[in-house]
Write a new protein. Structure first.
Length: 124
């Protein structure tokens, strides 16, 4: 299986955990520096400001919107991997309720920090 297909499969697995029956929501793609994964750092040594966040609106009733999200996320994930970033998680903003999808164990403190970061980005 090619790298592109592996990345697409990973993105689809993360997305499956977020699927909603209807509605348009924002999904945040959370990219962490690769060293965070590789070195298995404790939360207090992780600088969340180094993470990259990409927000994409998805209409769950529109197959084309879903396909566009998957295509764009796959492309951006491949591009960011070259720059040393890893797709850590997808975060669905369901009207202020946040649903996280990740295949990586994540400390609650890190989750809360990511939500605070996203909320501060929404305010800007």
């Amino acid at each position: 299986m090619s790298v592109r297909h592996q990345v697409r499969s990973y993105v689809e697995r993360l997305f499956e955990k977020l699927k909603e029956p209807a509605g348009e929501y924002t999904i945040y793609n959370i990219y962490s520096p690769v060293y965070v994964q590789r070195e298995n750092l404790p939360v207090n040594q992780i600088d969340i400001e180094e993470f990259e966040i990409v927000d994409i609106k998805v209409d769950f009733t529109n197959q084309e919107s879903i396909k566009n999200f998957l295509d764009k996320t796959t492309r951006e994930t491949l591009e960011r991997e070259v720059k040393g970033f890893y797709l850590l998680a997808l975060l669905l903003d369901k009207d202020g309720e946040y649903i996280l999808s990740s295949e990586n164990p994540m400390a609650e403190e890190l989750r809360e920090g990511l939500v605070r970061l996203i909320e501060s980005l929404k305010e800007e």
